[in-house]
Design a protein around this ligand. Sequence first.
Ligand code: NAG
Ligand code: NAG
Ligand code: NAG
Ligand code: NAG
Ligand code: NAG
Ligand code: NAG
Ligand code: NAG
Length: 466
Amino acid sequence: MAGFKIRFLLTISTLLSIVNANKLVFIDPNDRWQVFEGWGTSLCWFANALGGFPDIRNQAADLVFDISKGLGLNVIRYNIGGGDDPSHHHMRIGGDVPGFLPCENCDYDWTSDANQRWFLFAAKDRGADIFEAYSNSPPYWMTNSGCSAGGSNFADNLNFTYYDAFANYLTDVVEWYSLEGITFRTLDPFNEPTLRAWNVNGSQEGCSFNDCSAMNTIIRKVGDSLYFKGLLGNTSVSFADENTIDQEFFTISCIENNVMSYVSQYNTHAYGGALRGELHDISKLDGKRLWMSESGFTASEEMSASIELSKQILNDMRNLKPVAWVYWQVIEHIQPGIDWGLIGADFSNSSTSLDIRLAYYGFLQYTRFIRPGYQIISSNDEDTLAAYDAINKTLVLVCTNKNNISEVWNINVTMFDIGLFSAYRTSNNNEKLTLLPNTWFIIDGIINYESPANSITTWVFNLKLH
Ligand SMILES: *[C@@H]1O[C@H](CO)[C@@H](O)[C@H](O)[C@H]1NC(C)=O
Ligand SMILES: *[C@@H]1O[C@H](CO)[C@@H](O)[C@H](O)[C@H]1NC(C)=O
Ligand SMILES: *[C@@H]1O[C@H](CO)[C@@H](O)[C@H](O)[C@H]1NC(C)=O
Ligand SMILES: *[C@@H]1O[C@H](CO)[C@@H](O)[C@H](O)[C@H]1NC(C)=O
Ligand SMILES: *[C@@H]1O[C@H](CO)[C@@H](O)[C@H](O)[C@H]1NC(C)=O
Ligand SMILES: *[C@@H]1O[C@H](CO)[C@@H](O)[C@H](O)[C@H]1NC(C)=O
Ligand SMILES: *[C@@H]1O[C@H](CO)[C@@H](O)[C@H](O)[C@H]1NC(C)=O
């Protein structure tokens, strides 16, 4: 009798909450979107710095790549450094990524870039399985300015005498790594090529390619070079890693059809732009894989950084629908203003402690549960990301309350035959992927949930097998 009474009371309160709910979220397993292949990061600066610190690099690698001890990032972007003129000293800390070919008539130095390479293999050892190589700048001696940070007054910087040498350089590095056990599935010769942000003696490697014919020529030469070296079966071209979604959309439109045959993947950064649906549609039409290959947010110990990160993931995953989502630098040098790390570190201290920020847990709310092979499915709410794993029969919902007041959510999971389920939350209230006490009931297919202000909640539902 007591049980009956409790159920009865719960039903009344649930009905009242449904009436008073801030939102009703419906999850539709019949409307299926992209099949996800992973969350990622670029190695580049943090790996160039911390890969040389034996005291802390294993802990750092666990936090980033290991799925039981950390984020479990499996999509890795490796930066093929150009290498700057050795007499120059203007790069930011970690930004002096070494090249492999110090001069035109030199031999390759394959001992170069040992620090970033340590992280590349550490990622593979911890389960990373998708590797991309990309270039920020050609070696300084191939450039017009003689500097790998960019051209004079932001001009295009690859000297046309060295177009073939540049393509050959990139594919030689890819070939060498394939013999060492890393197969780069894609190779992008550009980074934000039309941004005009890359200036001589700047603080990081960069190279403008502002003209379509130059980009067409470079992609063709890189593709031809992969072909001649017998690498094309494993490695194809991705491009253009433009700074904004809209610029990526426009750059794609200027690449010729015959050149496009070397391209398997479009990479966009998401620092701006609104043409998410348009870029998704053109990638489908062209038959190219689509990645959100770079984004990042100012570091903060506050929940606001997690909320900003989550809003971007939601907007990208729901509207751009990339199959991979890649954070720029998961670990960053602690530097107020320009530090975007989910983990902060002192790149000048070989025994630095690692400052795990709240936004790390915000990202973990996604990366721990929505795994490679999950299919993103429809939810009618812009603050919810739903993903379904047909193999292991799991439904995951990541729900963000981006408001400063608590909200009542009614989540309609009628379409699923749910067994056990659990919920994890990150919030300002000292919750860091905290497993919540299981006090919810699914009544008439609805979960009634009061979501605290500024919080991210992940629901994991095991579905019944029939
Ligand atoms: C860049 O730096 C180098 C080395 O410090 C210097 O020789 C050169 O004049 C600088 N170039 C410009 C354009 O400032
Ligand atoms: C480009 O390279 C060629 C061959 O090394 C050289 O003669 C020429 O001066 C370079 N151009 C610039 C702008 O540096
Ligand atoms: C292609 O990749 C496979 C698996 O990584 C490797 O065994 C093979 O040697 C690669 N082939 C070439 C031509 O690089
Ligand atoms: C380096 O980091 C360690 C661990 O946080 C700290 O104890 C030490 O004081 C730091 N050294 C310097 C020079 O900042
Ligand atoms: C399904 O579960 C198995 C065993 O736990 C695991 O190896 C596999 O990665 C899971 N697949 C997906 C898509 O989550
Ligand atoms: C939440 O509060 C912060 C700080 O007062 C404010 O900056 C932000 O705009 C508020 N956000 C919303 C969604 O109301
Ligand atoms: C939940 O979804 C089902 C299936 O679409 C629908 O029949 C039902 O009315 C929904 N429940 C609520 C409370 O909206």
